[in-house]
Design a binder for this molecule. Structure first.
Ligand code: PLP
Length: 385
């Protein structure tokens, strides 16, 4: 009775089964995979957040496929804080970055057209691609004293069916920011193959270097879709508010925007109270981001101090984002290691294969874990080697 596109593999894996058992038995757990900022002990301006949801203008409905002007103006201001001028007409709000991906896949891809994704990266894409009949083809990120795009492999992955290249800037979980020379190379490739860039910048503001790395939203040379939202930028995933910025050559951009508008108009998925609150939520981002980056720096310092006391494990370079990748001895599969850490040390970590690392030998830990738990969790993790 059902369409093939929902024939997803929903079988639980051994690690998630072990985790469910651990929780059902009420055994204590130090969770080093936390990614929900509302559960990590950050202090939010509760009064201001709740007050922003009580705007009397929420009592009337003015549907607009491109969303409320005040919300789009606030997003344009977000980009002007990054020294990028984005006209409000080029911004379309969405309920999540995932929904923004959906819009872009819909306007670019016929069934079984292809989109390139980085590997390793966040395990969201396969479901999104399946339900939109898009075929994903991965291109590797290489690690050599820092991450970089393997352009040779990327070019070999292009086919006449390729419609776009996804770049996660910075990538989750590697924390790799796309450098100016990599951006230039991507532009050349996309321009010569007439394909688009799809840039996921949900972690853009979380960088360890003082200087803000560049955003794809400044790109006008090829058709580029840049997406971000409040779930990471302002630490408010529960508000379900994101956006899609379209940039590029004038004619192509106009065509893309009018197609996107049809999709947005069909669903009109943004609700009024949240759109009215977006300007205030974006203003509040600085307080959240300062706390988050202080946590990331503290946890990285803790991690480095503990790594310095042993020689079995090391960490890969982190440029930004909320995660650290640990290089660990390959004495068993990463999944077996994660299960052992759960059963014998009571800690939860992600094995590298969860993010499509091509080999064993990698564990991923969240740098937004509350500091004391992180300290104890890393101690227990290293004690297994
Ligand atoms: C790289 C990346 N993109 C998108 C998302 C999802 O963002 P949203 O909550 O806006 O759908 C996540 C969530 O962790 C992510 O890591």
């Amino acid at each position: 009775m059902f369409a093939d596109r929902t024939n997803c593999n929903l079988k639980s894996n051994r690690l998630s089964e072990a985790l469910a058992k651990h929780r059902a038995a009420n055994r204590p757990l130090l969770d080093l995979t936390v990614s929900n900022p509302t559960e990590c002990g950050f202090v939010y301006d509760r009064g201001s957040i709740l007050q922003s949801l009580a705007n009397p203008d929420s009592l009337s409905y003015h549907p607009d496929p491109k969303g409320l002007l005040t919300a789009r103006q606030a997003v344009a201001e977000y980009y002007s804080a990054h020294d990028i001028v984005i006209p409000v007409e080029d911004i379309i709000p969405a309920t999540s970055t995932s929904e923004a991906y959906s819009f872009v896949f819909r306007i670019l891809c016929n069934p079984v057209d292809e989109v390139l994704i980085p590997e390793p990266s966040y395990p969201l894409f396969s479901f999104l691609a399946d339900i939109h009949d898009v075929k994903l083809v991965s291109y590797p990120l290489l690690y050599d004293h820092g991450w970089q795009i393997d352009f040779h492999a990327l070019q070999q992955s292009l086919t006449p069916r390729t419609r776009g290249i996804i770049v996660v800037n910075p990538n989750n979980p590697t924390g790799h920011f796309c450098k100016a020379n990599e951006m230039e190379k991507l532009h050349e490739i996309c321009s010569s193959h007439q394909i688009a860039i799809i840039a996921d910048e949900v972690f853009l503001d979380f960088h360890l270097e003082a200087k803000q790395p560049p955003s794809f939203a400044a790109n006008n040379t090829i058709l580029t879709f840049t997406m971000s939202g409040l779930s990471k930028i302002a630490g408010l995933p529960q508000m379900k508010a994101a956006w899609l910025v379209t940039t590029g050559p004038k004619e192509l951009k106009a065509q893309a925007l009018s197609r996107l508008e049809v999709i947005a108009d069909t669903f009109l998925s943004m609700n009024t109270p949240i759109q009215l609150a977006i300007p205030r939520f974006l203003e509040l981002r600085y307080g959240f981001q300062n706390q988050l980056m202080a946590r990331v720096r503290k946890n990285l310092a803790t991690l480095d101090a503990q790594l310095a006391t042993q020689s079995s494990c090391s960490r890969l370079e982190v440029e930004g984002g909320w995660y650290a990748v640990l290089r660990v001895p390959v004495t068993r599969s990463d999944e077996d290691l994660a299960i052992e850490l759960l059963n014998t040390r009571g800690i939860s970590v992600h094995p590298g294969h969860f993010y499509d690392f091509p080999t064993d030998g990698y564990l991923i830990v969240s740098l937004i874990t509350p500091a004391e738990e992180f300290d104890e969790g890393v101690k227990r993790l290293l004690s297994v080697f």
